[in-house]
Design a protein around this ligand. Structure first.
Ligand code: BES
Ligand code: MN
Ligand code: ZN
Length: 483
């Protein structure tokens, strides 16, 4: 999608659709008011009204897009309305979308452009037979603004964000026969072109570090487990203490010997959504040259049943030295995070660690598919995450880490076991990870419900991979940890 910012007087290109964003209750001129009245269009959020060959308008197609009440309209409103405008005309056959915003200053114009970039994301590389008329035809968006230069400047970091979210969505959407750990690692390695430093550790290196927990999960797969270490040193002092992010990257989760039911198992290609989000975050930090030192660590494995697979009953020794009795091989994400989180704090001594993981079905039972769970041992970090999540439209809900449940993961024969039973399943998973943080300020985001949407009701997030986490983390870094 090409994005342009133009003045109202600039000539309308051929094959343009015009979208006018209107507030609820605002007055429309003659013909338009009549059309609105004839279709119950009031300008409420999410409404659109398509008008063909409108009198007195140069474009062959005009779409009125409701933006809700004027006094509640903000940058997010501009973003959502722009995304709705795009969906209204995307397969019209027209090639340019021209957007007219009510407050067309630079900031809103830039956010509208972001809305169209995110809404127009598609993962279509494996379709070979899609009829042309089903494909989106809009290839260019012109946002009308009173401040072209300001909009361009405001859009630069948002374009980097859109690139990063697309990168994450691509990773999450790729089928598991294509995106196995080494391929994921290769795609992350390619981010060196953005100025990131990327190291890939293979099984021999992880063996030498004593990562028996992560390696245990991957040992039933013919694909080699990988640990990706991504660094961005954008702070003035390149040796200043970094902030750190760790992602669960289970490229496919069959459940292992504790195998999952067949129904819906294909969704488990998405079990690397946490690692995908961390990779996307590092992408945007580099893309917009963020003034921060940050580390991203991805634990990349495939959880398969096999003659060499780990078993329920096995005892694994983690890099921390703590031993883990495996009760269920399907509770593998926490085993991957145990070593990745320990390694992170041990090597980088970060200010804090945020881990992201599609960790438990239980968080979906608790919070549904719109909210991710946020667990933290640190009030400031949790507050910063939740504030950022609200402004970016990636909602988080704080969950408890009750000390009295910690004993639920004590084992009869080892230091702990990898499941705490069904009650509070997302909580005991978080308590498990907490045992590998070594007291560092830490937050765990359980994104099992939010990493994909099928179907999606969010106009900036097409059905499938959402890229959840990239926006909220990028916002938190920008507002609290830069400079
Ligand atoms: N990857 C799953 C969690 C998951 C479930 C993500 C549904 C997205 C949608 C995770 O590895 C898992 O299997 N968790 C088990 C843990 C249980 C065995 C203690 C679960 O949630 O059932
Ligand atoms: Mn599992
Ligand atoms: Zn999993």
């Amino acid at each position: 999608m090409d994005i342009e910012f133009v003045a109202a007087a600039s000539p309308l290109p051929a094959k343009s659709a015009l979208a006018r964003i209107v507030f609820e209750g605002s007055s429309l001129d003659g013909d338009l008011a009549q059309a609105a009245a004839a279709s119950r269009f009031t300008g409420a959020k999410g409404q659109t009204l398509d008008i063909l060959s409108p009198r007195g308008v140069e474009a062959a197609r005009l779409v009125l897009v409701g933006a809700g009440k004027a006094d509640a309209y903000d940058a997010m409103g501009a973003e959502t309305a722009a995304a709705n405008a795009y969906h209204a005309v995307k397969t019209s056959g027209l090639t340019t979308l021209r957007l007219e915003l009510p407050n067309g200053g630079g900031k809103n114009a830039a956010r509208a452009a972001l809305g169209v970039r995110l809404a127009s994301y598609r993962f279509d590389k494996y379709r070979t037979k899609e009829p042309a008329e089903k494909k989106p035809s809009i290839v260019r968006t012109q946002v009308v603004t009173t401040g072209v230069d300001g909009a361009l400047a405001d859009f630069a970091p948002l374009a980097a964000l859109a690139d990063a979210v697309s990168f994450t969505r691509d990773l999450v959407s790729e089928p598991p026969n294509v995106l196995y750990p080494a391929e994921f690692a290769r795609r992350v390695k390619a981010l060196q072109s953005l100025g990131l430093e990327v190291e890939i550790l293979g099984e021999p290196e992880m063996m030498a570090l004593g990562m028996g927990s992560l390696l245990g999960v991957g040992q039933g797969s013919i694909r080699e487990s990988q640990l990706a270490v991504i660094r961005w040193n954008g702070a003035a002092d390149k040796s200043a203490q970094p902030i750190a992010f760790v992602g669960k990257g289970v490229c496919f989760d069959t459940g292992g010997i504790s195998i999952k039911p067949a129904d819906g198992m294909e969704d488990m290609k998405w079990d690397m959504g946490g690692a995908g989000a961390v990779a996307g975050l590092m992408h945007v930090l580099a893309g917009r040259k963020a003034k921060v030192n940050a580390v991203g660590i991805l634990g990349l494995v495939e959880n398969m049943p096999d003659g060499n697979a780990y078993r329920p009953g096995d005892v694994l020794t983690s890099m921390s030295g703590q031993t883990i009795e495996v009760i269920n091989t399907d509770a593998e994400g926490r085993l991957v995070l145990a070593d990745a989180v320990w390694y992170c704090q041990d090597r980088f001594k970060p200010k804090f660690i945020v881990d992201l993981a599609t960790l438990t079905g239980a968080i979906i039972v608790a919070l549904g598919n719109d909210l991710a769970g946020c667990y933290s041992n640190n009030e400031e970090l949790a507050g910063n995450l939740i504030a950022a999540s609200n402004t970016e439209g990636e909602p988080l809900w704080r969950m408890p880490l009750p000390a009295q449940y910690d004993k639920n993961i004590d084992s009869m024969i080892a230091d702990m076991k990898n499941t705490g039973g069904r009650p509070g399943g997302s909580i005991t998973a978080a308590l498990f990870i907490q045992r590998f943080t070594n007291g560092v300020p830490w937050a765990h985001l359980d994104i099992a419900g939010t990493a994909w949407k099928k179907p999606s009701a969010v106009p900036t997030s097409p059905d499938g991979a959402t890229g959840y986490g990239v926006r909220l983390l990028n916002r938190m870094v920008a507002e609290k940890y830069e400079g």
